[in-house]
Design a protein around this ligand. Structure first.
Ligand SMILES: Cc1cc2nc3c(=O)[nH]c(=O)nc-3n(C[C@H](O)[C@H](O)[C@H](O)COP(=O)(O)OP(=O)(O)OC[C@H]3O[C@@H](n4cnc5c(N)ncnc54)[C@H](O)[C@@H]3O)c2cc1C
Length: 599
């Protein structure tokens, strides 16, 4: 009996282990190899990324767990009753900040070591880092977005005010520093109580002119995630003091400000409370009261939304990198577990139903990674001033889609991944549930799914009245070019490898269907475009990814590329007919029930 008790007590479950993220799906590695003609350069980056992937798993992961276990706290007042609004940060969070600087997570994007592919390579490295950043990737997104915005601003400043120029220069230098003692992060203060999607109408923060380019901001920022940041960019309405009651009439402008004064005290800011969140608990998200915070105008007056939009493209790419990094990490944990965990006499990896799930998981990591790679590539060209007009338009069209698509797919696979680990994945101290909780926010901040669908529609709207489909044509040409390239490359493949050709026809039907429906919407012949757009966006994403998979076949012709493409097109088939959601369907299914439920 004693022996038996010793036996049962000594039994443990297989350890959850992640593989080196750079080697897991390997698809981004393959793509990078395809893009870099200089093979020595690829070899150098490849080695560096393998080392960095190892560092992520072995060192940064531990800090990320600490950040989860020791979330930030707010001390409102001291023992004597003085208001102190002191933010207390955990060691893990502080270490994440130190290493974000040392590893140059943001800095790399501005160092130009790799010429036109500099930004691309930074973004590829970023997705290795995101899932072990302990959510520090969030302030880094805003930091990088702010650095990008400030860099552009410095080439074409809206003021010659010396104080503003000094702060912007210092901001850019510190946001992009690798020196932890100099490194700054930046916040992005937009959302207010009346809503985050519609900031133009919901912003109540006002800016009162103090002379020169200086203003004082008064208002309530409902969400500030980077409360520990050194600087921030904030939206407010410039209002003459005598007209404060009519503040809503004044459009939004963009301001730069320090969060703390030189003496370390807050810049006339009260940290009102910390947010009690479902996930992202590592992140010091707070509500802030601005009571005359000193700020400098850095957009043209009333052009704040246009100003901050430069930042949004960067933060959306960070969002996608987080989704992809998390999927990649959880996929590798699930695969490793399947190799060790036994059920019904076999390890899970031998079970066909489990194999089917793993294949789909792999396919979706691959799909999102390919989408990310293409958008990152376009952004790299734009940042290095080598993008064509079509590249710029494609980037504008694809960025909201990338963000909405990867966030949704990630959420689905976080849930599947947990299930694949059984109850072990459900245990808080396995640190797997936090991956699901943290992923949910990816669908909300930086634009919810609906808001991004509408943004995509805006991006497709042509300025040319005589050619309302000009931008849609850019997209359609891009996609068709991929298919044509493939068809001409087919001849080089042996007959036995040409199994995928019928799938190109299926994908073309899908693609043509989406383009036809979008063109109806753009020409106004479909009355309820906003009702249709959400489904269409998802179909378009699937078809775009199909194109990327096809392109991969023409470049590499590997069996795994062919199989992925075929499976992907099969998966797409289930989406080819768009749902006919109409106002009538809404009235019957939703509206009438609201009325009935009130009776
Ligand atoms: C953890 C966390 C941290 C955050 N950090 C920051 C931060 O640092 N800085 C900052 O500025 N903000 C921050 N936010 C706020 C975030 O950006 C907003 O929550 C987001 O923009 C959505 O705004 P909302 O919450 O007001 O939702 P709403 O705008 O009220 O949206 C509610 C729902 O309505 C839908 N909707 C809105 N408009 C339309 C439309 N026209 N058509 C159809 N559907 C529509 C949306 O898709 C959504 O599903 C943070 C949020 C979270 C959760």
């Amino acid at each position: 009996m004693q022996k038996h008790l010793e036996l049962v007590q000594s039994m443990t479950q297989p350890k959850l282990e992640a593989s080196n993220p750079w080697l897991v799906s390997g698809i981004l590695r393959t793509q990078l190899q395809n893009v870099l003609y200089n093979k020595d350069q690829f070899k150098e980056i490849d080695e560096e990324f393998k080392d960095f992937g190892k560092f992520c798993n072995e060192v940064l992961y531990e800090f990320s767990v600490d950040a989860e276990l020791n979330p930030p706290k707010l001390i409102k007042q001291d023992v004597y009753g003085n208001v102190v609004d002191k933010l207390v940060l955990g060691e893990g969070w502080k270490k994440e900040k130190e290493y974000a600087a040392k590893c140059g997570i943001v800095a790399m994007a501005y160092e130009n070591k790799y010429g036109i592919w500099n930004r691309l390579i930074q973004l590829l490295r970023l997705q290795l880092y995101q899932p072990v950043s302990g959510l520090f990737g969030c302030p880094l997104a805003m930091t990088d977005g702010a650095a990008y915005l400030l860099k552009q601003w410095l080439t074409n400043p809206t003021t010659q005010c010396q104080e503003t120029l000094k702060l912007v220069r210092q901001g850019f230098e510190n946001l992009t520093s690798r020196d932890p003692s100099k490194f700054w992060t930046s916040g992005q203060w937009m959302t207010e109580k009346d809503g985050g999607s519609d900031v133009s109408n919901s912003t109540t923060t006002i800016a009162i002119h103090q002379g020169g380019n200086k203003y004082k901001l008064y208002g309530y920022k409902w969400f500030s995630s980077a409360t520990d940041s050194e600087m921030t960019l904030a939206l407010a309405r410039i209002v003459p003091e005598k007209n404060i009651e009519d503040f809503k009439k004044y459009p939004l402008s963009l301001f730069i400000m320090r969060v703390k004064k030189d003496d370390g005290s807050l810049n006339n800011i009260r940290i009102m409370t910390m947010k009690d969140k479902m996930g992202t608990r590592q992140l010091p998200t707070a509500e802030l009261l601005l009571q005359g915070s000193e700020a400098f105008l850095i957009s043209e007056e009333g052009k704040g939304i246009k100003g901050i939009s430069h930042m949004l493209n960067v933060t959306r790419l960070y969002n996608a990198s987080s989704a992809i990094g998390s999927m990649n990490r959880l996929y590798s944990i699930v695969v490793n577990y399947s190799l060790k965990r036994k059920a019904f006499g076999q390890v899970l990896i031998e079970k066909p139903a489990h194999q089917a799930m793993l294949t789909k998981f792999n396919l979706n990591v691959r799909a999102c990674s390919l989408f990310y790679f293409k958008v990152a590539q376009l952004f790299s060209k734009i940042q290095n001033n080598v993008a064509s007009k079509d590249d710029e338009e494609m980037f504008r069209i694809l960025t909201p889609l990338l963000k909405l698509y990867t966030a949704k797919i990630c959420m689905y696979w976080m849930s599947e991944g947990i299930e694949a680990l059984g109850a072990l994945g459900y245990m808080e101290n396995s640190y797997i549930p936090l991956m699901l909780r943290d992923a949910q926010v990816l669908t909300i901040w930086e634009g919810t799914t609906n808001v991004l669908c509408l943004d995509f529609l805006r991006a497709l709207k042509s300025n040319d009245k005589n050619d309302p489909l000009q931008k849609l044509d850019v997209y359609a040409r891009f996609h068709t070019h991929v298919m044509m390239t493939q068809l001409s490359a087919d001849t080089q493949l042996p007959e036995t490898r040409k199994t995928f050709i019928p799938y190109i026809a299926k994908m073309t039907i899908n693609h043509n269907g989406v383009i036809a429906e979008l063109s109806n919407i753009l020409q106004g012949s479909i009355k309820y475009s906003e009702m249709r757009i959400r489904d269409l966006c998802f179909i378009l994403c699937e078809s775009f990814v199909g194109g990327q998979m096809l392109e991969l076949i023409s470049k590499n012709g590997r069996e795994e590329d062919i199989i992925s493409f075929e499976l992907w097109v099969e998966q797409m088939q289930s989406y080819t007919t768009t749902w006919s959601i109409t106002p009538k369907a809404f009235d019957i299914l939703v509206k009438e029930n609201i009325i009935k439920s009130k009776l």
